[in-house]
Design a protein around this ligand. Sequence first.
Ligand SMILES: [Zn+2]
Length: 160
Amino acid sequence: MDDVTSFKIDHNKLLRGVYVSRKDPVGSETVTTFDIRMKEPNREPVMDTATMHTLEHLMAVYIRGGSSGWAGRMLYIGPMGCRTGMYLIAKGSLESGDILHMLIECFKYILNFKGPVPYTDLSECGNALDHNLFFAQYESRKFLNEVLLDIRPENLKYPD
Ligand SMILES: [Zn+2]
């Protein structure tokens, strides 16, 4: 099996934060995968699927919208299977600091969002009833206040 960088980091040491998970060449370009880690792995409760689903919708709306500045550069936004965070994949060879301001604005947007959750018609979403705006806002507030607004070097670089 190929080495997968994100499985090789020591999850026992991993804190919440904004990490570069990997950089991959695609043709003549590079794409950067970010690990937006909102929960300490195996050391605190994970988010439930409805919370993550709402985060996915609202992050996509904000980041792909005009005001984020990343509309054409963010290729993918989605939940981690372990439910401790989100993956973002962006065009370019980037560092955590490059998306930090955008992420802060994104979580503020979610925090202040007045429902209903966008794109939750049955024609638009694969599990339209499985959303939880209340807890998506709870988790956004917690991540903002406890991590993003007081970010430290250890929240921006994977542990050695
Ligand atoms: Zn959906």
